[in-house]
Design a protein around this ligand. Structure first.
Ligand code: S3P
Length: 167
C-alpha cells in the first residue's frame, strides 16, 4: 500500500505506542506528527502553545500533516489533528484512517498518570474536572474520529488483529 495509515483518536488513546508496533509489524516507517512538529520548531508543544498560541499550532499541524500524502508510512496524528480545517477530509482522501476508540473513563485512567504535563490542553486538570473535560472534548471530536474507515476497540485489539484488518 503506498498510502499512509493514519492513527487517530483522543489524547492518551495510545496512538504513538500502537503506531510504532504496527509500523514494525508491517515493516513500514513510523512517523509521529507531534514529534515531527517538535523537531521542526525546536521547542516542546507546551512551549509552542505558550509562545504562539493554539491557532498557530493548528495551522502548522495541518501543514505538516499534509506533507505526508502518498507515503508508505504509519503516522500517528495528534488528538486534535482530524478536527481542524479540512484535515479529516484530507486524511480520508489520502490514506487509511484507524480510530483508536476508548471510553472517557478509560482515557481518564490513562491520563491521570504522567501524561498531563506535556499536553497543554490538559493543564491544571485533575480528577473529576479532567473526566468532565474528556467527556466534553470527546463529545465534540467524536464525529470527526468516527469518519475513519476502520474503528478499533483500543483496549481489546492486538497489533496482529489490527494488521490483519488492514491487509
Ligand atoms: C492535542 C493532542 C496532542 C498534541 C497537542 C494537542 C489535542 O497530541 O497534538 O497537545 O488537542 O488533542 P496527542 O494526542 O498525541 O497527545
Amino acid at each position: 500500500m503506498d498510502k499512509p495509515i493514519f492513527l487517530i483518536g483522543f489524547m492518551g488513546s495510545g496512538k504513538t505506542t500502537l503506531g510504532r508496533k504496527l509500523a514494525n509489524q508491517l515493516q513500514k516507517k513510523f512517523i509521529d506528527l507531534d514529534h515531527l512538529i517538535v523537531d521542526r520548531v525546536g521547542m516542546s508543544i507546551p512551549e509552542y502553545f505558550e509562545k504562539h498560541g493554539e491557532e498557530q499550532f493548528r495551522i502548522l499541524e495541518s501543514q505538516v500533516l499534509k506533507e505526508h500524502g502518498g507515503l508508505d508510512v504509519v503516522l500517528s496524528t495528534g488528538g486534535g489533528s482530524p478536527c481542524y480545517f479540512d484535515n479529516m477530509d484530507w486524511i480520508l482522501a489520502n490514506g487509511l484512517a484507524v480510530y483508536l476508540q476508548m471510553t472517557p473513563r478509560a482515557l481518564h485512567a490513562r491520563l491521570q498518570q504522567s501524561k498531563i504535563a506535556n499536553r497543554p490542553a490538559l493543564k491544571g486538570l485533575r480528577g473529576e474536572a479532567l473526566l468532565q473535560f474528556i467527556e466534553d472534548k470527546l463529545g465534540q471530536r467524536e464525529s470527526f474520529y468516527k469518519r475513519a474507515q476502520l474503528h478499533i476497540d483500543q483496549l481489546n485489539t492486538s497489533v496482529d488483529a489490527l494488521s490483519q484488518a488492514i491487509a
